[in-house]
Design a protein around this ligand. Structure first.
Ligand code: MRU
Length: 367
């Protein structure tokens, strides 16, 4: 999407690759909306660390980062020994896949690359192929998000008030975003609507990233405290909810997404408000049979006990908020049951959660 600084507007992708320096180029999302900075981890371990520390975050964006990180790790291999190369690949894969556990996109992205590498071909060919496949994953992510926009745009009617949670915008993907794709498509078609961005404590992706994206695009919006969603729904001020997903189970239609999504789904159900989830195909997990099997990341308690922001001198700073002698619990995601979801917006159309499995061939299931 376009980023405007002063009078200058430039198009950016969230994740790209610097072939000359073998670096993965990332927008440092920890600094937004106060500072726009590109960082370039120079080896696969640093790339994995950038994922863990949420320099880059969001399912599709960490999927593309892992894909480029895999290519980066393979390109750094010295020698021609295919067996040693394969062992190295296993290590790179493991390090990147362990960086964050809940989103399935990194694993899906790297597995699709591994499946297409010919182990019998020379090491140099495999390196080149891995990078080409990482670019393909990134481009497909953009295509899928654009197609979500095509299928979801009809949901956004003039004057609607749409609630979204966390950031499933272009920053969470390579470009365009999943939950934001219908919003951007409607906005570009001249439809006027209003978005409520839930703040999304503890890391505030709604207040910082989604709000920044919508400001950049000129979409009408307001940030609400997480706790305000029920009040607004009860007052009839929310017409539609659209969120993203970090892992959607193809067999059951259950959706893992940022902590607080389940709460919004329960509230939407209670108030008979349509609740949609937007996903590219790389977010579908065809293996797990129950949402209870989804690994839910528990992050450091300091995210809950305090908050990051900038001082009046524009210095980034962490402030303690909570009682200093108390401990905190910090699950990063929750699982929303299929029964609370009106529809899943995919690049191939909108499906009821239970129909994902019925339409598995079309939605990318492979055996
Ligand atoms: O912890 P994050 O910021 O990586 O969480 C991921 C998310 O942004 C959300 O869960 C989002 O709604 C789905 S990712 C497209």
């Amino acid at each position: 999407m376009n980023v405007t600084f002063g009078s200058k507007t430039q198009h950016y992708r969230t994740v790209t690759f610097d072939e000359n320096h073998n670096g993965v180029e990332l927008i440092d999302q920890r600094l937004l909306p106060h500072q726009f900075k590109i960082v370039t981890p120079r080896n696969y371990r640093a790339t994995a660390q950038a994922i863990s520390e949420m320099v880059v975050r969001g399912a599709g964006a960490i999927g593309a980062t892992a894909a480029f990180g895999l290519a980066q790790g393979l390109r750094a291999f010295r020698g021609q020994d295919r067996q040693k190369f394969e062992a190295h690949l296993q290590t790179v894969y493991r390090v990147l896949s362990e960086a964050r556990p809940t989103a399935v996109d990194p694993v899906n992205a790297m597995q699709s690359i591994r499946a297409k590498l010919d182990k019998e071909s020379p090491v140099s060919d495999q390196k080149e192929k891995a990078l080409q496949l990482a670019y393909e994953f990134a481009n497909e992510d953009v295509r899928h998000c654009s197609e979500i926009g095509v299928h979801g745009v009809g949901l956004i009617q003039p004057g609607m008030r749409v609630l979204t949670h966390c950031n499933a915008g272009w920053l969470a993907f390579v470009d365009v975003g999943s939950a934001t794709a219908p919003l951007y498509a409607a906005h570009h078609a001249g439809v006027f609507f209003h978005v409520f961005c839930s703040e999304t404590r503890p890391r505030s992706q709604g207040a910082t990233l989604t709000a920044w994206e919508l400001s950049q695009e000129g979409v009408s919006h307001e940030i609400i405290a997480d706790n305000a969603a029920g009040y607004l729904m009860n007052k009839g001020e929310v017409d539609l909810v659209i969120v993203g997903s970090d892992r959607t189970l193809g067999r059951t239609g259950e959706v893992a997404n940022k902590i607080g999504t389940y709460t919004r789904a329960v509230l939407a159900h209670r108030h008979k408000i349509p609740f949609y989830v937007a996903i590219p195909l790389s977010t579908i997990d065809w293996h797990l049979r129950s949402g209870e099997e989804i690994p839910i990341e528990e992050r450091h308690e300091n995210e809950v006990l305090g908050a990051w922001g900038v001082t009046s001198r524009q210095q980034r700073a962490y402030v303690c908020v909570a009682n200093p002698t108390s401990r905190a619990r910090n699950p990063g995601f929750d699982v929303t049951p299929a029964g609370l979801i009106t529809g899943i917006i995919t690049p191939h159309g909108i499906f009821r959660p239970k129909d994902i499995w019925k339409n598995r061939e079309q939605l990318g299931f492979q055996g």
